[in-house]
Design a protein around this ligand. Structure first.
Ligand code: SAM
Length: 182
């Protein structure tokens, strides 16, 4: 079987084409999932599955499961291929479609949410998800510095929400981390 590290290195060659997170961001997420013993993870924006592979691998340490959403069918297929190649597809439910249509009907209460899709829609994802998230759940949102203007409504909204404690982390592209307090 191809080593996961080999696939990570291969995918990093096309990082800009598929808009993948940096390795620093991926390693941070992987550690956070293990520390927090995440059981139910949700990713919005699968692309070719680079971050998905990192999250799924981390969930093998916690016994958790990941639901990941991507509307670009071709990309979702590549992601499923990568997960299958590494025996990680059992940890993941890939959903193909628009997050704004899927999220309202998604019957999960995540303890880990990773938002990395349409930047202008972050605010809408948050509005749909905030009541579904468990107490103690972690929300990560990428690109809050690289796409500052587009994500501003989301960052302002979650930062002013007393139910969430927030911090912007100095990771490439800027990552907002929020903890659900209630
Ligand atoms: C930045 S990329 C995700 C990269 C991935 N998280 C990684 O690091 O490997 C964003 C992806 O979100 C998808 N996307 C954008 N808006 C979406 C939406 N409303 N619903 C579902 N997928 C969406 C795009 O097709 C794109 O593949």
């Amino acid at each position: 079987m191809v080593e996961l590290e080999e696939t990570f290195k291969e995918l990093e060659k096309t990082q800009h084409e598929f808009w993948n997170v940096s390795r620093q961001t991926a390693v941070f997420m992987s550690m956070l999932i293990k520390i927090s013993d995440v059981k139910s993870a949700l990713e919005i924006g699968t692309s070719n599955g680079y971050s998905t592979l990192w999250i799924a691998e981390a969930l093998t340490h916690t016994g958790g499961h990941l639901t990941t959403i991507e509307f670009w069918e071709k990309r979702q297929k590549i992601a499923v291929g990568n997960l299958t190649k590494h025996g990680l597809i059992e940890k993941v439910t890939p959903i193909t479609g628009s997050a704004l249509q899927i999220l309202p009907n998604l019957d999960i209460n995540p303890d880990f949410v990773f938002i990395d899709a349409n930047k202008a829609e972050y605010i809408k994802y948050f509005e749909i998800l905030k009541d579904k998230m468990k107490k103690g759940a972690i929300l990560l949102a990428d690109n809050v510095l690289s796409h500052k203007e587009k994500v501003k409504p989301f960052v302002d909204n979650i930062s002013a929400d007393p139910d969430f404690q927030c911090q912007i982390l100095d990771l490439p592209a800027g990552m907002l981390m929020a903890l659900k307090l209630v």
